[in-house]
Design a protein around this ligand. Structure first.
Ligand code: ATP
Ligand code: MG
Ligand code: MG
Ligand code: MG
Length: 473
């Protein structure tokens, strides 16, 4: 089954169950200026869940384009390292606004997976929140999942991807337990079942998160049952496509195989299994769709995230030996894969190509020299030492290497980076600039990208400038 068919079947199934088809919202959230990017299907319905907004329907379904490359959900560092994470992906979802609750949500999910998609039920594993006996009972007694494949998940045990199966929109407001569905890719892949010490592996892959918004949390942390509980679910299209196409990695699905082949064509690489091709294929989607939604490369905020993703892609191209602009040429291939589902992409292809090309030309001037500096520094580095802050800063300041880009290259070579040292260099430069009176720009403008660069969005979140929804685990 092609991914386009899988998307179609999902939306049709939920429409047949009385859900209204709602188009994907923009990656730039229209209803929340503090959220960096739309990172799940529920974002456009946030106010509907809280009751601040009403819609003419109580059930909705959507295929939502999502980006997780900043804020609370940042999967940028996972791309190229796990089989299941992208910066850009599509989330299929069904939503109940005070209409059906746990029972229907669970039965719908099971019917779709086992009847419509035809998945063998013994490959499916379930997690529920440890106190959620109701959900456990529905899975065990009504659906008939054997008890040993229904796992109660308590508090986060510190594993990198561990989920605590309790969802909340923010510190206060709607919240509730989740139930997640995992697919067992079999003993050939390393990793333990959800909740086990080695759940970080890629054997048991989470495909679907069912969130049961059941409580309202007040400022003191008290939970009051919501008069009309809601349901919010999210299933990654690429992950379920991998399952249905009988492959383990998202990067082996039809859509990605075509993009990877295109990246290979543009970089002259023969080996389609090359990891850099995967990263480039991932990044062309994120970058193109961000530009479609009005983000342009820049030095702060969303624009800086976009610039960082583009530069990472170009660096991977460089690693493959491509020193000339190539990335923008993949836009046409992406349109071939996704233009039908997203006509706005097809309509804006020319503009996207142009923006990317410009950014490629700009960075192309310094990428090669910067790489030479970095290679020399790494060569001279004593074993076990981190890359020093002064080199990080020079690369950032003179060669346009965002610090996460340098860190990513270092990670490939098992070298740590001295981020504190980078901070100190940055502060020194800021003070010198201030003393020289050079940077008398308006507040928020003066070199604004800088803070964003190395503290990442977590700092912005801490400062209350950017908050992100906590979605799922
Ligand atoms: P994981 O634990 O694997 O990082 P998650 O718990 O963060 O996933 P949710 O927030 O529950 O994911 O999102 C709902 C669904 O969206 C997931 O079950 C998965 O199918 C999909 N999904 C989440 N993050 C990504 C990603 N970075 N790339 C592709 N699909 C994703
Ligand atoms: Mg995650
Ligand atoms: Mg989850
Ligand atoms: Mg998870």
């Amino acid at each position: 089954m092609k991914s386009s068919e899988i998307r179609q079947k999902y939306l049709q199934f939920f429409q047949s169950k009385g859900h209204t088809l709602v188009p994907s919202a923009s990656l730039v959230p229209g209803n929340d200026p503090t959220l960096l990017f739309t990172n799940s299907g529920m974002v456009q319905f946030k106010d509907v869940f809280t009751g601040r907004e009403t819609r003419p329907y109580k059930r909705a379904t959507s295929a939502q384009r999502c980006v997780r490359a900043g804020g609370k959900h940042n999967d940028l560092e996972n791309v190229g390292y796990t089989a299941r994470h992208h910066t850009f992906f599509e989330m299929l979802g069904n939503f109940s606004f005070g209409d059906y609750f746990k029972r229907d949500a669970i039965h719908f999910a099971w019917e779709l997976l086992t009847k419509v998609y035809g998945l063998p039920h013994e490959k499916l594993w379930i997690t529920v929140y440890h106190e959620d006996d109701e959900a456990w009972g529905i899975w065990a007694n009504e659906v008939g999942v054997p008890a040993e494949r229904i796992i109660r998940i308590g508090d986060n045990k510190g594993a990198r991807y561990a989920s605590d199966n309790f969802w909340q929109m923010a510190d206060t407001g709607p919240c509730g337990p989740c139930s997640e569905i995992f697919y067992d890719h079999g003993p050939d892949v390393a990793g333990g079942p959800p909740g086990s010490p080695d759940e970080d592996g890629d054997r048991y892959i989470e495909i679907w998160n069912l969130v049961f918004m059941q409580f309202d949390r007040d400022a003191d942390g008290n939970l009051t049952p919501l008069p009309r509980p809601c349901v919010d679910t999210g299933m990654g299209l690429e992950r379920v496509s991998a399952v249905l196409q009988g492959v383990h990695s998202n990067y082996e699905i039809d859509l990605f195989q075509h993009l990877i082949a295109a990246a290979a064509r543009e970089t002259g690489v023969q080996d389609l299994g090359n990891n850099s091709l995967k990263v480039i294929a991932d990044h062309i989607r994120a970058c193109s769709f961000l530009i479609v939604d009005g983000v342009i490369p820049g030095n702060e905020g969303r624009g800086y995230v976009l610039r960082r993703i583009i530069r990472r892609a170009l660096r991977h191209g460089y690693k493959l030996g491509q020193t000339r602009p190539f990335f923008h040429r993949l836009v046409a291939d992406l349109v071939g894969e996704m233009g039908e589902a997203y006509p706005e992409l097809a309509a804006m292809a020319e503009r996207v190509t142009q923006v990317l090309r410009q950014e490629e030309e700009r960075f192309g001037e310094t990428l090669e020299n910067g790489m030479r500096i970095l290679d020399a520094a790494l060569e001279a580095l004593p074993k076990g030492e981190p890359l020093d802050g002064s080199t990080l800063f020079t690369l950032y300041d003179t060669y346009g290497f965002p610090v996460d880009l340098t860190a990513d290259i270092c990670r490939e070579r098992q070298v740590e980076v001295d981020l504190d040292g980078f901070d100190r260099n940055m502060e020194k430069q800021r003070q010198q600039a201030r003393a020289a009176g050079k940077f008398k720009l308006a507040e928020g403008l003066s070199y604004a990208g800088v803070d964003t660069v190395f503290h990442g969005y977590d700092t912005l979140q801490a400062e209350g400038k950017v908050t992100a929804l906590y979605v799922g685990g």
